[in-house]
Design a protein. Structure first.
Lengths: 160, 414
């Protein structure tokens, strides 16, 4: 099962995939392809309270909690950001809150995409990673109180 | 080929490029093509040398020191003031106030002249194409005073509707604050006409010259503006230096901005007597090194010749516009008759950010996003554009690179 693998294992797998590319063009073509294949987020979730604000592109992010694991769905209006989102979801979705909170996400550096995490306000990716961790933290706290939460959540779990 | 030969007649662009060390670097394994000049221009060696020379040989605090270094630093600092006065043709050097940049200049006027003169019910006129820095300070002031902000509308081409502007003018109008050249569209606004109409209505005028000063001849006396603000870093100079020009009688009567050292004549716990112009508005130790180096930037522009620069940039704009118009699905935002060398564009179905990332991947630096002009983007019903802005050191070959880059980007995103 895919979800049973650790964050580090999935990160390693992505880094290995990228090591096959000779050029930046190839890397970006792959990311664009991932972006195009990312399943669209249902319109009901594309609302202002689910927006992760970046200066240029918009990211919508929602999370759900099931059997001790956090699941994410997200979309963006920019396709490269969508590709990067797709990888973040692949790495973090289906993991435990603790593992998500502690994830170092070194793969972003390994595949040469750190520029997209820089503090340039150029996209919502850094904010998105933060928000994914916030969701995990919220579910960790909530976990001691309530049971499963099948609904994909947004506002009330933000910024806890 | 004919066009590139024509450019070289008036201006040796390759010789100029040699003065800018950064232009030899590579990005992503490709030669840098720098088209983000409207955000900040690159710096010639003379500016870099001036900075190094200051810190290496005569670093000292200015104006009050009695020693040799302080005297040398003061002389160099004040020499920039003279150079700026000549550059914008101000009537006197006392009308030149150094700031951190355009934004600080506008805020200075808002917090001093504005607080003194704007009252409840008064009106301030700005335009649809203002940078956020010429919107927000006035919004803050209007909120504080109960004044009203009025907006000059624009055409689909990105030109101000002057008749509509004139309708907005009334005895209630106390200030008109308008951008000389739009950073997002490149439009050159008819500031003389705007200023004359405002003066007839009895209003004071501030012109935001952040984008115009590097491209156009600036003569504040002919223009007859009351305030004019710009930043050094867009004129091949260092960051952290700006200029506020103000008519002397206004600067004399306005209250002070930052209280502190330098801006005083005498301080007792009971009362402080403020310094004369221009020091009255230059509280604290200024950005000495960068102000000094700014003179080298002005020297570079003067030496190259504004007329030559304008001609070169116009040819680049014309060449690029023609090529861009041939790319299917590409739309230029901002097609005013009078434009500086800025091309803002969008491409059907593609996000500006994706285009910017992929151009960077080809070593081409452009700006993407709303360019700090969100109300203007809303006017066009878009969230942002890709903006290529050209400077004196850019070449026709670089524009060819850009066009090829855009075509490749379209292919990759399709």
């Amino acid at each position: 099962m895919k979800n049973q693998r650790t964050i580090e294992e999935i990160e390693k797998e992505i880094a290995e995939e990228f090591s096959l590319f000779d050029s930046w063009d190839d890397k970006y073509e792959y990311i664009i392809d991932l972006g195009k294949k990312l399943p669209p987020l249902e319109d009901q979730h594309k609302i202002d309270e689910n927006r992760v604000r970046g200066c240029q592109s918009t990211v919508w992010l929602v999370a759900g909690y099931r059997d001790g694991k956090v699941f994410y769905k997200a979309e963006s209006d920019a396709v490269i950001v969508k590709g990067l989102i797709s990888m973040l979801i692949r790495v973090l979705s289906g993991q435990s809150p603790d593992n998500i909170i502690q994830a170092k996400l070194n793969f972003i550096q390994q595949i040469g995409m750190t520029t997209h995490l820089a503090q340039t306000r150029s996209n919502g990716l850094l904010a998105m990673v933060k928000q994914m961790k916030n969701f995990a933290l919220a579910y960790k706290i909530k976990n001691s109180i309530s049971l499963n939460d099948y609904e994909y959540r947004s506002a009330e779990t933000k910024n806890n | 080929m004919i066009e590139s030969a024509a450019i070289q007649k008036s201006l040796d662009v390759y010789g100029i490029r040699q003065q800018f060390p950064i232009l030899t670097r590579e990005v992503k394994g490709k030669p840098l093509v720098y088209f983000d000049n409207a955000a900040t221009s690159q710096k010639p060696q003379a500016v870099i040398d001036a900075l190094i020379n200051y810190y290496t040989t005569y670093n000292a605090n200015i104006h009050r020191g009695i020693h040799t270094l302080a005297e040398e630093a003061t002389t160099a600092f004040e020499a920039t003031r003279d150079a700026v006065q000549q550059f914008i043709h101000a009537a006197s050097r006392e009308e030149i106030i150094f700031t951190r940049g355009t934004t600080e200049g506008i805020n200075l006027v808002a917090y001093t002249w504005g607080r003194q003169n704007i009252k409840a019910g008064d009106e301030i006129i700005i335009s649809t194409m203002e940078h956020h820095s010429n919107i927000v300070p006035w919004q803050i002031l209007c909120e504080e005073k109960g004044a009203v902000l009025k907006i000059i509308p624009i055409t689909d081409e990105g030109e101000l509707l002057i008749d509509e502007y004139k309708k907005l003018l009334s005895p209630k109008t106390k200030l008109v604050s308008v951008v000389h050249v739009s950073n997002a569209l490149g439009t050159i606004n008819p500031v003389k006409q705007i200023i004359d109409a405002a003066h007839e209505a009895g209003a004071v005028v501030l012109i935001d010259g952040a984008q115009s000063t590097v491209h156009l001849d600036i003569n504040v006396q002919q223009m007859d503006c009351d305030f004019f603000v710009f930043s050094a870093h867009k004129l091949y100079g260092p960051t952290g230096v700006g200029v506020l020009y103000g008519k002397e009688h206004l600067l004399e009567t306005m209250p002070v901005f930052h209280g502190g050292g330098e801006m005083i004549k005498e301080v007792t716990f009971e009362k402080t007597i403020y310094n004369d112009l221009p020091y009255k508005y230059e509280g604290g130790t200024p950005n000495i090194a960068d102000v000094i180096a700014f003179k080298a930037a002005l020297g570079f522009i003067n030496q190259t010749g504004k007329e030559n620069i304008q001609k070169h940039e116009e040819e680049l704009l014309l060449y690029a516009t023609k090529q861009f118009q041939q790319i299917p699905g590409l739309k230029i935002i901002g097609t005013a008759k009078e434009k500086i060398s800025v091309i803002s564009f969008i491409i059907d179905n593609f996000h500006p950010q994706d285009i910017g990332i992929l151009l960077d991947n080809s070593g081409i630096a452009v700006r993407t996003g709303h360019h700090c002009t969100q109300p203007l983007m809303n006017r066009f019903g878009i969230t942002g554009t890709v903006r290529a802005s050209f400077a004196v050191y850019n070449t026709k070959e670089e524009i060819d690179e850009l066009i090829a880059g855009v075509q490749k980007t379209i292919k990759m995103l399709s």
